[in-house]
Design a protein around this ligand. Sequence first.
Ligand code: ZN
Length: 175
Amino acid sequence: MEKRHHELAKFTKKIKTTYIKGVKPEEFTKTLEKLKVNVVVDIRYWSLYPIYFSPKFMRDLLEIHGIEYVKYKALGNPSSLRRRAGENFIYAKQLYQDYVLGNPESNHDFLDLFKQFRFRKNFCLICYCPTFDVKLCHRFWLKELLINVKRQSLGFSEVIELQNYAQKLTPEVSI
Ligand SMILES: [Zn+2]
């Protein structure tokens, strides 16, 4: 395999995602352990409720399990954008990705997060949205953006769109 394909596959494999709505703390940490997560990346716009998943409690909970916790508020999906997009999720993704690259604070957080991937660790993007459909939630839109910036840095010309697992018949390395 070409070196940069290998590099891309390695990068992609480091980005796990999960949600916390309706999930109990012990289920959450079990999922993280199953995914071999070293760092939880909290990208919730609102993070006050439920109280046991507020940033402080989450940090304490994860610490017990030897998992790091980082929070990037500026990578959350602001309610103003969500309101503007309504049920149009194609537009919602576009708004969110433009915001992440274009809003100075978000762009700063994005680059900071991107740099973290040089470490030999697994990361897990977390938010509320109880969905595994990549079309519906900003944790997937952020993952897609990370992969595309990585692709660009490796000299790949095309931009990819994240696909749902069920549709993903081609191996991960080819994206
Ligand atoms: Zn989400």
